[in-house]
Design a protein around this ligand. Sequence first.
Ligand code: KG4
Ligand code: ZN
Length: 337
Amino acid sequence: MRILGLESSCDETAAAIVEDGRTVRADVVASQNEVHARYGGVVPELASRAHILNVVPVVQAALERADTTLDEVDAIAVTHAPGLVGALLVGLQTAKALAWVTGKPLVGVHHLEGHLSAVYLEPDPPPMPHLALIVSGGHTSLVRVNGHGDVVELGATRDDAAGEAFDKGAKLLGLGYPGGVVIDRLAKTGDPRAVAFPKAMASSSTGSDFSFSGLKTALLHHVRAHGVPDGQALADLCASYQAAIVEVLVRKTRRAARQEGLAHVQVCGGVAANSALRAGLQHAAAEDGFTLYVPSPARCTDNAAMIAAAGYHRLVRGERAGLDLDAIPSAPLPRRG
Ligand code: KG4
Ligand code: ZN
């Protein structure tokens, strides 16, 4: 089954052609990083406008790269929740128009279900059940994945998401957006033990929940007291800040895998591209004896191939959306079906 996937929930306009939820024929992403960089975060109005400009060219490029036509597409999958409503609406309306004129089936996909499906585009995906750490700009949670579209949330952040902690930290340090990428790069030459940051809610009494807003405040206090450093001191500060985020994520993931008795663990979402997190989880996997599955870095951040992959499983189960499919800005990960 050849699926056209569309994604526009935040600041990437993306279209992809994926076969049977596994084989990527085309994966096109128009990033808006340059649009939002000077503001240190996503400006919703600007995101919607950029999606409007990009969405049709991105769909055309995906069809061209896959050497296919709309006629040869079997179905259309689109992110309809959660996200910035004005951004979601652009992809959703485009998908509806395409479904209407072609008569092809349409299916709505939850963005996080998309992130969970990205690893199924890799040659060696995890078996079910497995544990998933979802770390993106808007979400941080640990979920038990029993099957496609069948998940149980074990814990989530009580305030900022891990990606938000990276982005807000980078903004404080004047490093631009998206902050995770810059901090990741600068941290490579820094000493993660240089500055002691709080490891919020690291203790087992807080279960699988996370909290990152205190860390951002600690960085603010540090900057107020010492100013924004440069050179080696900036690298050290970035490495220490990153280590505080990564340590808590790794610790809670290990504990959840043990408690749930799961020997297969995946990490997904934009922050899963972080080199320290990937290395930390790999190290934990070797020590604890679980197998780690990570999408390629480009499939950690937002893309439409993961949406097509998630949509495939919904379509196979017989799900079809009507042309009244709505955009939902805030929606929990669907538990089943
Ligand atoms: O999944 P994603 O592309 O969009 C959302 O669904 O939110 O995640 C974006 C987030 C941003 O906060 C960005 O700073 C973070 O992922 N990110 C990273 C890295 N690459 C992207 N964070 C840490 N290290 C990276 N290499
Ligand atoms: Zn995302």
